[in-house]
Design a protein around this ligand. Structure first.
Ligand code: NA7
Length: 536
């Protein structure tokens, strides 16, 4: 093979298409029985994308754009999965994919990657391309006696295809991140009783989902090119304008009006009220307090409201979740209990349910909405070995080190789509995915045209890029939260800020500059000499 691609989600599908168009032989390995990536697995009730549908898709194909119309402002999981199936069929990509096949190892040896799968197959390939996604390795906390529980338990990212019968059950949901917040109102509708185990409260902003009318869709398609260009050169990969640069100089009424306007618009538009929300503690406190008041207004019992109000971290320092169907109002129901497991931690699972330091909660079903080993988990789950036997998981023991989130020094011809130290999870993923896939495909095309066989980042370029990423994160408020952006959710994971926080536009321009300067920071070669160290 010329290229092995791991994963058949948004990244893997587009990557394999681009490479096949260039005339390369491509094999895609996908552990699920179908395309879709994270949208194949995350089938829990209420699963939906927080990016608006008209920009949560591909832009590269005129035909695909014309032939697909989203039905709602935010796409629901089944619709996204249908979309990716449609793309795979439309581009005839399934023939490139081996489903239900997991890559166990990839070793760079004798100038090629040798890729081994769980069915014992081995294939040699010039390029090894990870399209495994940033949020694909579920994290299940190791609670004491988890197996002693007599009921059923599920993780939201491994939700059974046939669904789960929650009707009339006593259900416990652990976790109140973006997933838990989407899930909780849906479960409350079906369960006999719901207990929400909350360790840290979160600031959920109404998404304000609604059906997309034909008129709205016509307006979107009429302006598609412009919308996408704005998204590509934006902060978050979303075509939204900031309302104000900062709160400084504005009256209290002006600030309130701006926040209320964006609150009414909903979703990620709210984060675009003040440009310095994630930099300036004063602005952030104003925004956070606005959101706290909104929570207090929506929850009837003042004691429950205070438990739901976050005070431990600034708004946006953790991934801001969206509320689709009355998350906070759910706690006004008689049949919903909020268990504060920060105050009274979970001590163990028991046959009857979950025991905390305060009570035993009797349950039939437990749902883990406990997130992912984000950004590095799925990559590290493969045994990746580079030049001279270096092992990726050992090289990254203190945190990932990439150049531009695209490549790793010591691992020639390895590309990581939306890898660590790229905007990735701090952006609307399809915009970042298309940019990475195009960059990689163009690079391979260039290598072929110029007669290069190998590409590898120079160690000092990777070093510099990681320092720049960390320096940017240090200027922002991210360090004030125990978040999965920093690896804080998985015990033992290095505490390093993982995505590039400088914005999609800045990042894209840097990637373009690197190419214009002849792939600055990369070593391109016809043979396998170690990359030269530059003088600086
Ligand atoms: P998140 O955002 O990592 O949320 C996981 C939640 O689970 C969060 O509330 C955690 O509390 C909670 N959690 C994790 N471990 C425990 C233990 N041991 N005890 C109690 N509670 C626990 O995952 P999501 O799936 O919601 O979202 C991930 C991303 O997917 C999302 O941001 C979107 O980008 C899509 P904590 O806050 O750590 O105290």
């Amino acid at each position: 093979m010329d290229a092995v691609v791991v994963g058949a989600g948004f990244s893997g599908l587009y990557m394999s298409h681009r490479l096949r168009e260039l005339g390369l032989s491509v094999r895609v390995y996908e552990k699920a029985p179908d395309v879709g990536g994270t949208w194949y697995w995350n089938r829990y009730p209420g699963a939906r994308c927080d990016s608006e549908s008209h920009i949560y898709c591909y832009s590269f194909s005129e035909e695909i754009r014309r032939e697909w119309q989203w039905t709602e402002r935010y796409p629901e999981q089944p619709e996204i999965l249908d979309y990716l199936r449609f793309v795979a069929d439309r581009l005839d990509l399934r023939r490139l994919i081996e489903f239900e096949t997991e890559v166990e190892s990839a070793e760079f040896d004798d100038g090629n990657w040798t890729v081994t799968t769980d069915d014992g197959e081995t294939v040699d390939s010039q390029f090894f391309i990870s399209a495994v996604g940033c949020l694909s390795e579920p994290y299940v906390p190791e609670f004491e006696n988890r197996d002693a529980f007599d009921g059923e338990w599920y993780h939201t990212a491994r939700w059974p295809r046939e669904g789960v019968d929650l009707d009339g059950k006593r259900v416990g949901v652990i976790g109140t991140g973006s997933t838990g917040i989407q899930l909780v109102p849906e479960v409350a509708e079906r369960a006999a009783h719901l207990t929400v185990f909350q360790r840290t409260p979160n600031y959920a902003v109404p998404a304000r989902n609604r059906p997309l009318s034909d008129d709205e869709w016509a307006e979107i398609t009429d302006n598609y090119d412009e919308i996408w260009e704005d998204a590509r050169f934006s902060w978050l990969g979303m075509p939204f304008e900031m309302k104000h640069a900062t709160t400084a100089g504005l009256s209290d009424e002006e600030i309130e009006a701006a926040l209320e306007e964006r609150w009414q618009e909903g979703g990620f538009r709210f984060l675009h009220t003040f440009e310095d929300t994630l930099f300036n503690p004063e602005t952030n406190e104003i925004v956070s307090e606005f959101l706290r008041e909104k929570i207090r207004e929506r929850v009837e019992d003042p004691e429950t409201a205070e438990k739901l109000v976050p005070t431990d971290h600034p708004y946006g320092s953790k991934r801001p979740p969206m509320d689709y169907n009355g998350y906070y109002e759910t706690f006004n129901r008689e049949d919903v209990t909020l268990a504060d497991v920060d105050e009274n931690p979970i001590t163990e699972f028991a046959p009857e349910g979950i025991r905390t330091t305060a009570s035993l909660y009797e349950l039939d079903t437990v749902i883990f909405a406990t997130g992912f080993d984000a950004m590095t988990g799925a990559l590290m789950a493969m045994d990746i070995r580079g030049r001279d036997g270096s092992v990726l998981s050992e090289e990254w023991a203190d945190g990932p080190r990439t150049y531009l989130g695209l490549g790793v020094d010591g691992f020639p011809n390895l590309f990581t789509i939306t890898g660590p130290q790229s905007p990735a999870v701090l952006s609307n993923m399809p915009v970042s995915i298309e940019q990475h896939v195009d960059w990689i495909a163009d690079c391979i095309e260039y290598m072929r045209a110029e007669g290069y066989e190998y590409i590898e980042p120079r160690p000092e370029a990777a070093e510099r890029w990681v320092s720049q990423t960390n320096a940017l994160a240090d200027q922002m408020l991210f360090s004030e939260a125990e978040s999965w952006y920093r690896g804080a959710n998985v015990p033992g994971k290095p505490r390093v800020f993982t995505p590039f926080p400088g914005g999609v536009e800045t990042y894209r321009r840097e990637c373009e500059r690197v190419v214009e300067n002849g792939y600055e920071g990369f070593e391109l070669s016809e043979s396998l000499d170690p990359p030269a160290q530059s003088a600086d």
